[in-house]
Write a protein that binds this ligand. Sequence first.
Ligand code: PLP
Length: 414
Amino acid sequence: MADLFDKCAASTERAAGMRATRSFPYGKPVEARDGTVVTVDGRRVIMAGSNDYLGLATDARVVAGAVAATEKYGASCTGAPIMTGTIALHRELEERLAAFLGREAAVVATTGFQTNLALATLLGRDDVVFADAANHASLVDAARLGFARHHRYRHGDTAHLERLLAGSDARGGGLIVTDGLFSMEGDVCDLPTLVDLAGRYHARLAVDCAHDIGLLGPGGRGVPAMFGLESRVDIVTGTFSKCLGSTGGFIAAERGVVDFFRHHARSIVFSAGLPPASTGAALAALDVMEAEPERRERAFALASRMRDGLRGLDLAVGGGDTPIVPVHVGDDFVCRRLWWELLGEGVFVNAVSSPGVPVGRELVRVCVTAGHSEAQVDRVVDAFARAAARVGLGAEAGAGAGAGAGVGTVAGER
Ligand SMILES: Cc1ncc(COP(=O)(O)O)c(C=O)c1O
């Protein structure tokens, strides 16, 4: 029998190779945070990779919400919501969310990941789930955990989805599941076609609005509202860890469906309730978000400035017009090297490779938030000019500055 831990040794070796080539981008600790500036390795750098799109995670009112809830209810719920772990603040937050989204009801969960895992509860042996291939890992795992047959359609390819729906002989029900705003490449699902297909093939439709609630649609009510199709989406899931600057997630739907999740979803039933601090912070963030819609506009305006600046460097900037600004690199090693060089230039972003994106679509994910200044956006663009040139990308990449020039590669890595 092989040693079960062999795979760990291989991973350790790969990480060591990445460190040796100054290209290990994972889990860098933030030592202090001051709005959009964080301290990393003792240096203050611009945070240009967080999902704090509205700049609320460090907002004094949101932090005060977390503190007040902690003082009232303690540091933990220390119990499952269905037993002793529900606090009155959970109910208040659920009612707020349901009203905000125009849904009958909502239920909160301890993380966004657990929220999406809860969908598995719906997926019985006779059912079938149709999922976009670029869906978040939590939706992929929900489909794996459920007992239903799992079909993945090519990302955004609704013709492929239709063929799968037409060919399905499921005896039970069908669920189409998609991200609203795709978090890595920044594109939006084709909701009008999805609701049309769901209607024609009698499937239910679930949309994970983790990244679009707070950003897209009237009032920041997400992708369903952006298309005016809220009544055609059966289930909306979301998280507090992006626009709402907290942690946790929720499912919003008709009351009977929400109660089904509340009483049966294992990722909700068998996990301690959403911490009071997260609950208080999310409630406070909802207040700020509704009172200050200009935050959303500012994030979009700064994102447009960032896009223009990066495109001016001849970098392959993708996505739509949202604060998610992907810079396509298309090579794992170069992507990680670019991340490293950017950190050296005082800019902290995300290096994304498989399984975050398919092999060959590696990218550096820049996120702009309402908390950034114009000057910070310009500093990020300047940093890209120098860092990209050093790894052989963009307009300023001179002769001889080939990908990863002078740094070598990990044997067998490329
Ligand atoms: C699309 C999407 N859904 C769900 C989640 C999970 O949310 P959380 O990080 O709050 O657990 C994420 C997190 O990155 C996400 O991007």
